[in-house]
Design a binder for this molecule. Structure first.
Ligand SMILES: [Zn+2]
Length: 438
């Protein structure tokens, strides 16, 4: 193992790895504590507030200056990257971007040094059916057994948040201090569009690189997919059934639309598979979720709606997708229907800057671990950083297959390895930072 230590001299690395090993219970307790807050976005925000007070406690003890990010609602609501959650229906009508706490932690080293932001979201997906878990108390337990830490958010992404805090703790208590500025964006509302990260970005300062610890199973992800709701509306002609000709019912038109959506699915699949990191992707990029229409079994339906979601390739914009939807309906023969983006619509993201991924690869190599690269098979807050000019890498513990799922867990060893790699990465990054100082 020591032969491979490469860029990081053994004597610098060993003490940190040893102290991390000894302090491993701190990491696991931290994840458990965060899980037990149940910081879901659908409640009154008290769970998120509780989780953020834990993050604040940790960051403050490391010497970070920590503030809650507040800004006038108009300032954020008029921003082009704002997600209008309040328009998503009755469940969200009281939504305000100020409701859920987002924290901005800052460790300022030098005005001339570059800045790295570490991003983690503390909001978790709600648990609607605890009885479906193998033990009905497991979702809020945060208990560690075998190689698993159980509970909602263990994978997505309280494990990543805790792992980064734990790595910082050990690097900052070592004799060698980082020679770059570090921001910690501990955000809310990622699961509902990213307004927490947007607030933190707008508050500033601007970072030169971002690292997001979403669950990637310790693979490096330099791209994320786009995600869009769509709605097809079809129109028929209501006449007496004896007068109805074939295809006159809106339901007939809906079936035609559905056939063409299958074609669109193949087109999207091809576009996604053509981009770096997605060559082996087996994602189904188009899902239909709701169909409604018609009133009377004996009358050709006048109207139907067919709704679903689709994934777009990292480089495809909303406009590209809208054009594809238009072509789907207009192609010969044109259908008596419309197909539009509706509700949530997020672009994908791509980052070509190799600074952070290469440093992560070196850091992992010093632990005899080689890191694979993939594309992130979901949208996330990456697009908010890349759109505002900050190259971004997604790299985290846990699996996206566990995210939002019943019996969600994260691997204990995977989480610990993640924190070791991040610690090595932070140590190594001072050299990169010096080369990039202003
Ligand atoms: Zn997530």
């Amino acid at each position: 193992m020591s032969k491979e230590r490469g860029k990081l001299p053994k004597d610098r690395l060993n003490p940190i790895l040893t102290s991390m090993e000894r302090d491993r219970p701190h990491l696991e307790n931290l994840v458990g504590e965060l899980i037990r807050c149940y910081p879901t976005y659908i409640e009154d925000g008290s769970g998120i507030r509780a989780a953020q007070s834990i993050v604040r406690r940790e960051l403050t003890s490391l010497g970070f200056r920590v503030e809650e990010v507040h800004m006038p609602e108009d300032a954020i609501k008029n921003h082009q990257l704002y997600t209008h959650v309040e328009n998503w229906g009755p469940q969200f009508e009281n939504y305000s971007p100020e409701k859920h706490v987002t924290l901005l932690g800052e460790l300022h080293v030098d005005d001339n040094a570059p800045t790295l932001v570490l991003n983690g979201h503390v909001d978790v997906e709600p648990v609607f059916d605890p009885e479906a878990w193998k033990d009905p108390t497991l979702w809020k337990s945060g208990t560690a057994e075998g190689d698993k830490i159980h509970g909602r958010g263990a994978a997505d992404m309280l494990g990543g948040v805790a792992g980064m805090l734990f790595a910082l703790k050990h690097v900052l208590s070592s004799s060698e201090k980082p020679k770059f500025n570090i921001l910690f964006h501990s955000v809310a509302d990622e699961e509902i569009g990213g307004n927490g990260t947007l607030k933190a970005i707008l508050k500033g300062p601007k970072a030169d690189w971002a690292l997001i610890a979403e669950p990637t199973e310790l693979t490096i992800n330099q791209a994320s997919l786009g995600f869009h709701h769509f709605r097809a509306e079809t129109t028929g002609t209501p006449v007496h059934m004896s007068q109805a000709s074939e295809g006159q019912s809106a339901i007939d038109v809906a079936f035609d639309v559905y056939q063409r959506l299958n074609g669109l699915r193949r087109t999207l699949k091809k576009s996604i598979a053509s981009e770096p990191g997605y060559e082996n992707s087996d994602i189904n990029p188009l899902v239909t979720g709701r169909i409604a229409g018609g009133k009377d079994p004996a009358v050709p339906a006048e109207h139907t709606t067919l709704e679903g979601v689709l994934f777009s390739a990292p480089s495809q914009t909303r406009k590209d997708i809208q054009n594809l939807l238009d072509e789907t309906i207009a192609s010969d023969p044109p259908l008596n229907a419309s197909l539009t983006l509706s509700g949530m619509s997020f672009d994908g993201a791509i980052s070509s800057d190799r600074t952070v991924p290469d440093a992560l690869i070196r850091a992992a190599k010093s632990l005899n671990v080689s890191l694979e690269e993939r594309g992130f098979p979901s949208p996330c807050d990456m697009r908010l950083y890349t759109t505002t000019g900050t190259p971004t890498t997604i790299f985290g513990p846990g699996s996206l297959a566990q995210a939002h799922s019943t019996d969600e867990f994260t691997s204990r060893d995977g989480l610990f390895l993640f924190s070791q790699i991040i610690a090595n990465f932070l140590m190594d990054f001072s050299k990169t930072a010096e080369a990039n100082s202003k």
